[in-house]
Write a protein that binds this ligand. Structure first.
Ligand SMILES: *[C@@H]1O[C@H](CO)[C@@H](O)[C@H](O)[C@H]1NC(C)=O
Ligand SMILES: *[C@@H]1O[C@H](CO)[C@@H](O)[C@H](O)[C@H]1NC(C)=O
Length: 212
């Protein structure tokens, strides 16, 4: 009986063994395939991630932006204005200028001048000293300028402006300099200022600034 039992059991066991081995090899093949796919997916994801990082780097950090140069504010140390019949002005202005640098790197610029105009005639100028605007910041510069109607050709405009109570001046300047990105890449960049200042004569104060 024992013999017979064993003979009957054997094939079953062997069959079971074969099944196991076969399914095991199938399993491990599938597993390896899955692992390979997973690995490929990781590599692809990493490549996409890295490309994204490089793109962001190029599009934001490595991008050269033109700095902006403008008049930020102004006050007056002295303020003398004539009458509509006898128009003139003599003002001493403390102006704060700003160089706004949005780059990931310094903007260094050379000495320059800022000229103030009344009706397209220069009425005063000041020196803008060479310095630099740091990474993503605004460099503030203070200049003192004497504004005088002395050199103006006589015209009706000034009398009209004085009777209206508002004096309008233009400021122009150009800075020549360099943007230096992450200490390595340099690019020459010139920036222009073109602002219009409106002065309220009764308040002896600046009423508005608009820049192109
Ligand atoms: C810039 O101007 C200042 C005086 O305003 C002068 O001392 C300096 O040498 C100038 N720099 C250059 C590079 O010309
Ligand atoms: C940048 O400007 C300076 C003078 O300010 C000049 O010597 C230099 O050649 C310019 N560089 C480029 C790349 O244009």
């Amino acid at each position: 009986m024992a013999d017979k039992d064993q003979q009957q059991v054997y094939p079953v066991v062997r069959e079971a063994k074969n099944d196991d081995v076969e399914s095991a090899t199938v399993d491990s093949k599938e597993l390896r395939k899955k692992k390979r796919l997973k690995c490929l997916a990781y590599v692809a994801a990493f490549a996409v991630f890295q490309t994204g990082i490089i793109l962001i780097f190029v599009l934001t950090i490595m991008k050269i932006r033109t700095p902006k140069f403008r008049v930020r504010s102004a006050t007056f140390e002295s303020f003398e204005v004539g009458t509509p019949e006898n128009p003139s002005f003599n003002l001493k202005m403390d102006a704060q200028l700003g160089v706004k640098n949005a780059n990931f790197g310094n903007y260094k610029f050379h000495n320059s001048t800022i000229v103030f105009f009344y009706d397209n005639t220069p009425v005063g100028e000041a020196v803008v000293r060479n310095t630099k605007a740091g990474w993503r910041s605004t460099k503030k510069l203070n200049v003192v300028v004497d504004l005088s109607s002395r050199d103006l050709p006589s015209n009706m405009q000034l009398g009209n402006d004085i009777s209206s109570g508002l004096l309008t001046l233009n400021t122009r300047s150009r800075l020549n300099g360099k943007v230096q990105l992450i200490f390595i890449f340099k690019k020459n960049k010139s920036i222009d200022m073109d602002c219009t200042l409106t002065i309220n004569l009764a308040e002896k104060a600046l009423r508005g600034i608009s820049c192109k």
